[in-house]
Design a binder for this molecule. Structure first.
Ligand code: PGA
Length: 256
């Protein structure tokens, strides 16, 4: 069985000026020189992508868009296509983040179209799923996760193939930006469930290869414990990815 290489993805959301972005990239580059056995990715706002790409230079750090539109071009004011992200230097794209789902009305059906567009342009999708506090307290976590996976990855299900490069991110909505992290046990329980879903809908090999990131108030203090769980393959980090002194120790979790 191939070992899954952990991935740490910094979701900058709508933060950082160009100058701040360039400084942060230079600090992250310095902070992880020669570090092996992890993948690192940053996801800046659209307007910063070309500058961040330049700042990354020859580094192995990957670049991701925070969203895309499923059409390749046309009259979609305010939108960005998968091809445009590729042109700006992206290799990945975050799709279905809970902020997109709740604040901007994205449905799993839309996310499914976006996943298809991403792959069509050669981008690796990072597909986010997660339950709200109300859903967790109503004992609906696994139903919600199943519904989101079924809907957001409908194309894959219909084609009976899921590219093993696909990245899934479990982000309990109640843990995002709140300082409340799921315990490693709570996260592991859902990650295991997600991997089982992949196995049932596709096959065991795909389930073994797919990386499932945890997101929601990941910090240097909790990264190592989360990463000790067998089905947690890295993190999608929001707030703590904006500061080199927090993001670097998360990436270097093995040393803490
Ligand atoms: P947070 O955000 O780390 O600030 O909780 C995570 C995310 O929204 O991806």
């Amino acid at each position: 069985m191939a070992e899954r290489i952990p991935m740490f993805a910094g979701n900058w959301k709508m933060n950082l000026s160009l100058e701040e972005s360039e400084r942060l990239i230079s600090q992250i580059k310095d902070g992880i020189t020669n570090l092996e056995g992890v993948g690192v990715l940053v996801s800046p706002p659209f307007t910063s992508l070309p500058d961040v790409k330049r700042a990354l230079g020859e580094s192995e750090i990957r670049l991701a868009g925070q969203n895309l539109h499923w059409e390749s071009s046309g009259a979609y004011t305010g939108e960005i296509s998968a091809g445009m992200l590729v042109e700006a230097g992206c290799t990945h794209v975050i799709l279905g983040h809970s902020e997109r789902r709740t604040l901007f009305g994205e449905t799993s059906e839309m996310i499914d179209l976006k996943v298809k567009a991403a792959l069509g342009a050669g981008l690796t999708p990072i597909v986010c799923i997660g339950e709200t506090l109300e859903e967790r307290e109503g004992d609906r976590t696994f139903d919600v996760i199943t519904e989101q996976l079924d809907g957001s990855l409908k194309n894959f299900r219909e084609g009976k193939i899921m590219p093993s490069s696909t990245i899934l991110a479990y982000e309990p909505v109640w843990a995002i930006g709140t300082g409340k992290t799921a315990t490693p046990e709570q996260a592991q329980e859902v990650h295991q469930f997600i991997r089982q879903w992949v196995s049932e809908n596709f096959d065991g090999e795909t389930a073994n290869d797919v990386r499932i990131l945890y997101g929601g108030s990941v910090k240097p203090e909790n990264a190592k414990d989360l990463m000790s769980k067998p089905d947690i393959d890295g993190a999608l980090v929001g707030g703590a990815s904006l500061k080199a002194e927090l993001f670097i120790p998360i990436i270097r979790f093995r040393e803490s």
